[in-house]
Design a binder for this molecule. Structure first.
Ligand SMILES: NC(=O)c1ccc[n+]([C@@H]2O[C@H](COP(=O)([O-])OP(=O)(O)OC[C@H]3O[C@@H](n4cnc5c(N)ncnc54)[C@H](OP(=O)(O)O)[C@@H]3O)[C@@H](O)[C@H]2O)c1
Length: 312
């Protein structure tokens, strides 16, 4: 089968199209899936570059990719919640015991898989697993966002951000987001109440008394966000644990989220998609053969998601 692999760490130059990748074999608790679509996340590029090599050493060759949508073709006897022919989506990244989704077939843990939203195409479903579960875990599980709460979402035009905006609006919150000038119209269409152009405005001098901040940007943005929150507010960052000293001083609950893409949250995501509450925005669809162009596009921050179409 065809897959996208690396045999060493580096830039896009190390991406290889391998037409003779052995088919994955079924292990305990796993599913074998024919992949129809996959999507790129920043973590896939971090694996390729070697950024995670010390934390998670890998044996080459490595098949890249995590997010997938496809059809179940084989099931381990211990897995009882899926059947052959089910249309599913989930995460099969090498780091969670999957075989990698930038491939015509993959092996995935059943606990990282769910039935795909019925109303979503394979491309849409393949774009959703990681960003959708990130948004659900941050807003519903950590922040417990409620009606009329005020939330600031950093990076609203990104993969996670554009889903989080829609979920926050569905939960009844007042939503402000930070984006660059070119993305203002995009996030307005998603229903935000207020937009800060981070290229020309300093959000920390404009906003105050927020109940929550969801930070998908990191760095200085995380520290500056403490000033926006009211006493007792919640800060969830996707880029590590926020400063505990600052959190204590200001009585803020600060969470460095480590997202786990599990069946339960994927089912919740399917429900939100099928009820028309969340729609993923796909910036561009590429074939597997165009992986280098797709990866470069991801690195220049698409609006929403970049998808790889793998089967018709
Ligand atoms: N902890 C976890 O479990 C976990 C899981 C998934 C992802 N992540 C991390 O979360 C981050 C976001 O992921 P993603 O998939 O949403 O990435 P993405 O699609 O690249 O989105 C990031 C967005 O942030 C924008 N941005 C950059 N600098 C900004 C600033 N100063 N203020 C406001 N917006 C800014 C970018 O747009 P422009 O640069 O074009 O303005 C882009 O739209 C990544 O770093 C990823 O590695 C963590």
């Amino acid at each position: 089968m065809k897959s996208i692999q690396i045999n060493k760490y580096g830039t896009s130059d190390v991406l290889e199209i391998n037409d003779n990748t052995p088919d994955p074999t079924l292990r305990k608790g796993q599913l074998l899936i024919d992949v129809f679509a996959a999507s790129i996340n920043p973590v896939d590029l971090a694996i390729r570059s070697g950024y995670l090599a010390q934390m998670a050493p890998l044996q080459f060759p490595v098949t890249l990719g995590g997010d997938f949508a496809g059809i179940v073709k084989e099931i381990d006897v211990d897995v009882t919640n899926f059947k052959i022919g089910d249309e599913v989506y989930g995460q099969a990244i090498i780091l969670n015991g999957g075989s990698g989704s930038f491939a015509q077939s993959l092996e995935a843990n059943s606990r990282n898989t769910a039935l795909k939203p019925k109303t979503a195409s394979f491309e849409e479903a393949g774009a959703l697993p990681l960003v959708g579960t990130c948004a659900i875990q941050a807003l519903e599980e950590h922040i417990k966002l409620a009606k009329n709460n005020k939330i600031l979402i950093h990076g609203g035009a990104g993969g996670i951000g554009h889903i989080a905006i829609q979920l926050a609006k569905f939960l009844g919150a007042y939503v402000t987001t930070t984006v660059n000038t070119d993305d203002i119209e995009f996030v307005k269409k998603l229903g935000v109440d207020e937009v800060i152009d981070y290229k020309t405005q300093a959000f920390e001098t404009i906003l105050k008394d927020y109940d929550a901040v969801f930070d998908t940007v990191g760095g200085e943005t995380t520290n500056k966000s403490f000033g926006v929150l009211k006493n007792g507010g919640v800060l969830v960052s996707m880029l590590g644990k926020p400063d505990e000293k600052l959190a204590k001083e200001k009585n803020i609950t600060a969470v460095g989220q480590r997202t786990k893409t599990n069946t339960e949250d994927l089912n919740r995501l399917s429900e939100l998609v099928d009820n028309g509450k969340i729609k993923v925005s796909i910036d561009k669809v590429y074939s597997l053969d165009k992986i280098k162009e797709a990866a470069s596009h991801q690195e220049t921050h698409p609006r929403g998601k970049i998808v790889l179409k793998i089967r018709e």
